[in-house]
Every structure is written in structure tokens, then in C-alpha cells.
Design a protein around this ligand. Structure first.
Ligand code: SF4
Length: 319
């Protein structure tokens, strides 16, 4: 339903230290698709560009080049006015439920602000829809006149989810939605999203650094390193047969209680700076199987299968 083609997001910054303008390539030439009623998990270390990619797809951060195709339209070429009819269908839920809800608005106002903007419905209907949606996220209807500060982090995140789902979107970017929550609230929020995915036919881009949660909720997994997708594919193929050394290292670091003999590999060394990225494969400074070609030549896309792609000169050689 959503196809991302060669998407790049660059920022130009003035370095007062170096007295020069620098280009920060946050997202580089990213391509993948999100099918209807599927969850694509996007993983990678902090600062690798995951959130910027999510915001660029929704037009919240300006892209440098590339396309986001939805209903035969390139969303990134639309003006704000042209984008408006699609906005309701394409939503985002942010990481921090403490700052994503306006503290001056009641829960009713929070839930219905977008709804009244996108749909011409009377306030009484908005109230009934709000009550129904609160029940679906496991909250009582008598909270409508209360304020966000009266709720815990888990409750606020459920309110944020209700605010998004009341619009009946088709695609949601979930940006680290569970990382500010404790374990029991994390489980509630993840199960809630999973249920809504099935009942509403939603598609999600699920951004997280928590590999266990991504492994649980995703149908496809994309692995990002320094602004690039290095491996993408069907979940079981990625988990059972990672072909990129970085993917192998990431998932081998998740302790598997059923497989104590599983080979583990820990990525050593510092992640290079996003401004001065290394030549060739960006991972070569930390890759245990890097060869001379990796230091010079960008790795090409290789198809491991129809549903599994990797950017590496020597795919599958680690493990
Ligand atoms: Fe390692 Fe080379 Fe593959 Fe990069 S291209 S991940 S350096 S083997």
C-alpha cells in the first residue's frame, strides 16, 4: 500500500567549530514497501536515522530526493493543501506520551481535535466516537473531561493511540511507542496495536531499538545502519538466516534461552559519525569479515530470495 523509493533526507548545518557548512545525510537512498495489513519493523542503533525516515515518509520532515507512493500518488510532490486528504490515513504515534499530549487540553479535546478537523460531524457524534474508542483501548469513558497529567505513562500512550485510531488511518508510523514504558505497559501497548492491526486492517512502520518487540510484532524487518537500509526481508528469513554481518550481530545479541549454543557476535568499536561517514560500506570499520573492496566500493543490492534483500559484498559469510 505504501512504496518508498530511493528516499533521502539530508540536513545542511553550519559548523562553528570548523567554519564550514556540513551535510548530514540522515537517510540515504532508502527503498522498501509496506503491504496492506502488514507490520514492517525498523531497527538500528540510536541516531541511525530511523525516526527521520518515519517522519520523512509522512512529509513531516522534508526529503531531499525520492518518492513515497500511496494510492498512485507521490506524497512528497504534493503541496500541503494536496496532502490534506491523505493526512487522515497516514498517521504517527510518538515515543513520549508525556510530551505528545497537550497538557492544556481535556482528553475529549485531544481525542476529537483531529476528528473534527478531518470530518464534518457534530460534537455529540464526536463524543460517542471518543467513548467507543476509549473502551477499545481499555479506558473508561468518564475520563473525557480530565487532563493528561492525571494519567500514568501507559494510560497516556493508550490515549495517544486512541487519538490516532479514532481517525481510522490506514498506515501508522509507530516511533518507539513502547520505549518510555515499563514492561507491563509495553506488553499492553504492543498487544493493543497488534489487535487493531487485525481488526482495522492497519499497516504499521514499527520503529524500535528493542529487537524482541520487533521480532514479536513484525511481518517484515528492515535493518538500518548510518542512514541506509542494509538488510530487508520477511521476519522469519531475517531471524533465521541473517545475511548481513550487522544484522547477525544485532540479533545474536538477543539472548535466546532455548539455544544456549547459538553463536554470538558483538559489534565492536564506535559507530562512525554521521557527518564523516566512511568510504565504501559504512559498516567496514566494525565488520569482522571486511575485505579491501568493502573499504572502497558501496555494496550492491543482492537478492537472497524474492522476500529477502541485503546490501553486502559477502552476504551470508558470517555465522
Ligand atoms: Fe562487511 Fe564488507 Fe559486507 Fe560491509 S560489504 S558488511 S564490510 S562484508
Amino acid at each position: 500500500m505504501l512504496e518508498i523509493q530511493n528516499l533521502s533526507t539530508h540536513f545542511h548545518i553550519n559548523s562553528t567549530k570548523l567554519f564550514q557548512k556540513l551535510t548530514l545525510k540522515a537517510v540515504e537512498n532508502v527503498s522498501f514497501s509496506v503491504a496492506s495489513n502488514r507490520v514492517v519493523g525498523l531497527v538500528g542503533e540510536s541516531g541511525c536515522g530511523k525516526s527521520t525516515l518515519g517522519k520523512t515518509i509522512l512529509g513531516l520532515t522534508k526529503s531531499t530526493e525520492g518518492k513515497v507512493l500511496y494510492e498512485d500518488k507521490n506524497l512528497l510532490s504534493l503541496s500541503n493543501r494536496e496532502f490534506l486528504p491523505y493526512r487522515k490515513n497516514l498517521q504517527i504515534i510518538f515515543q513520549d506520551p508525556y510530551s505528545s499530549l497537550n497538557p492544556r487540553m481535556t482528553i475529549f479535546e485531544i481525542l476529537t481535535e483531529g476528528l473534527l478537523h478531518h470530518k464534518n460531524i457534530p460534537s455529540s457524534e464526536a463524543r460517542s466516537l471518543s467513548i467507543a474508542m476509549l473502551e477499545k483501548v481499555g479506558m473508561k469513558s468518564d475520563i473525557l473531561e480530565r487532563y493528561p497529567h492525571e494519567f500514568s505513562g501507559g494510560q497516556r500512550q493508550r490515549i495517544a493511540i486512541a487519538r490516532t485510531l479514532i481517525l481510522e488511518p490506514k498506515f501508522i508510523v509507530c516511533d518507539e511507542v513502547s520505549s518510555a514504558l515499563d514492561v507491563s505497559n509495553q506488553a499492553q501497548v504492543i498487544n493493543l496495536l497488534n489487535d487493531f492491526k487485525s481488526s482495522m486492517g492497519l499497516s504499521l512502520l514499527f520503529i524500535s531499538h528493542d529487537l524482541k518487540i520487533v521480532s514479536y510484532i513484525s511481518d517484515e524487518i528492515a535493518i538500518m545502519y548510518l542512514g541506509k537500509i542494509v538488510e530487508y526481508g520477511n521476519k522469519s528469513e531475517i531471524l533465521n538466516s541473517p545475511h548481513h554481518p550487522y544484522t547477525f550481530a544485532l540479533f545474536s545479541s538477543v539472548y535466546d534461552i532455548h539455544n544456549r549454543k547459538k553463536k554470538r557476535y558483538v559489534v565492536k568499536g564506535e559507530i562512525p559519525g554521521v557527518v564523516n561517514k566512511p568510504k565504501g560500506c559504512y559498516f567496514h570499520t566494525r565488520c569482522p569479515i571486511a575485505k579491501d573492496i568493502c573499504k572502497e566500493v558501496d555494496p550492491p543490492l543482492k537478492n537472497v530470495s524474492d522476500t529477502h534483500k541485503v546490501y553486502c559484498h559477502f552476504p551470508g559469510e558470517i555465522g
